[in-house]
Design a protein around this ligand. Structure first.
Ligand SMILES: [Zn+2]
Length: 332
């Protein structure tokens, strides 16, 4: 049994309070390997941004929980060595059972998500409350994210055929009954790199897909019901067209890729949205550079010379997100 404070981590409580009042969002970047976590920490230290390191259940299977825990501990020391102690949260993304959440809390996670959004409402409430009761009763308070509404798309073990928006009428009841610390909502973001079907989009003069706008009207309704309560957006990659083009130029095939425009995320970050999840953009950046190097330098076989430049590109991407999209730069 390890408490997150022993690892040098923090929960989301204070970070979210400051983010809501300051009109910015904390980046929640997924990781499952060393190059990703190095890039995240380098970018967040350099931009002086707090950060949420997210682990999905798929990532946990891929990398092993003991390794992930010690990577989180390692990057706390790494940030210190780089010269700036940013607040670092280790968060379980899309926990699907009480047991998984409990397990993560007991191995040093400072925050967990319990995703009961696919369940009937009352079952979602009961499951979420059970996780909250356990998390909040720990010696060191562990924060919990719940979810209402269903996002479309595919992300690791999470997939949903049909999405539905969060119903503003439900949020007061849900937050009151579950005592969650933050709430993930569905207002039109979506998991994965093909967030909308082409028929849901329009096309610009170059044939590039333009997605339907986020439902800011629903977000406003929710904010009226629970003023100042921390709101989370999942599936908020922008799917930069430059990366998609680079991947396709070097032999990849990513048909009909489309993400959430960054201006819309910037607008959301200024509201009570205080955590924005970004995974696909990092995958695209790494894949683009790896493909480019493999094609342009066919003699290269040192993984460091392939993954190193991919890591540099990731860092650049995350710095850009912190500075220009989330507004979290300078807030650590
Ligand atoms: Zn998600």
């Amino acid at each position: 049994m390890t408490s997150y404070t022993e690892l040098g981590l923090v929960n989301t409580k204070k970070l979210f309070e400051k983010a809501v009042s300051g009109g910015y969002a904390i980046p929640a970047y997924n990781f499952n390997n060393m190059e990703q976590i190095q890039a995240i920490i380098q970018a967040c230290v350099e931009t002086k941004s707090p950060v949420i390191l997210q682990v999905s259940s798929g990532a946990r299977k891929y990398a092993n929980q003991h390794i992930l825990k010690n990577m989180a501990k390692g990057v706390v020391e790494y940030a210190h060595e780089l010269g700036y102690d940013i607040p670092i949260v280790l968060h379980l993304d899309h926990g699907d059972s009480f047991e998984l959440c409990k397990d993560c809390i007991e191995t040093g996670f400072s925050s967990v998500m319990i995703d009961g959004s696919h369940l009937p409402y009352d079952e979602n409430v009961a499951l979420t409350r059970k996780v909250v009761d356990f998390a909040h009763s720990q010696k060191d308070y562990v924060t919990v994210e719940g979810e209402l509404g269903v996002l479309a798309g595919v992300e690791d073990d999470v997939s949903a055929e049909h999405s539905h928006y969060t119903q503003p009428e439900e949020v007061i009841d849900f937050v009151g009954k579950t005592k969650v610390d933050s709430l993930a909502i569905s207002i039109g973001t979506s998991h994965g790199r093909a967030k909308f079907k082409p028929e849901q989009c329009t096309r610009d003069a170059n044939g590039i897909l333009i997605p339907p706008p986020l439902r800011f009207d629903i977000l406003e309704e929710i904010e009226k019901k629970i003023p100042g309560f921390p709101i989370v957006l999942h599936g908020s990659s922008s799917v930069p067209i430059e990366y998609v083009h680079m991947i396709e130029k070097y032999g990849g095939k990513l048909t009909d890729s489309v993400g959430i425009p960054e201006e819309q995320l910037r607008k959301a970050a200024k509201s009570a949205v205080c955590k924005i999840n970004i995974d696909s953009d990092g995958r695209l950046a790494m894949t683009a550079i790896v493909r480019k190097i493999l094609v342009e330098k066919p003699e290269e076989f040192d993984p460091r010379k392939i993954l190193g430049p991919a890591r540099d590109e990731l860092k650049k991407l995350y710095m850009h997100k912190n500075q220009n999209v989330l507004g979290s730069a300078g807030r650590a």
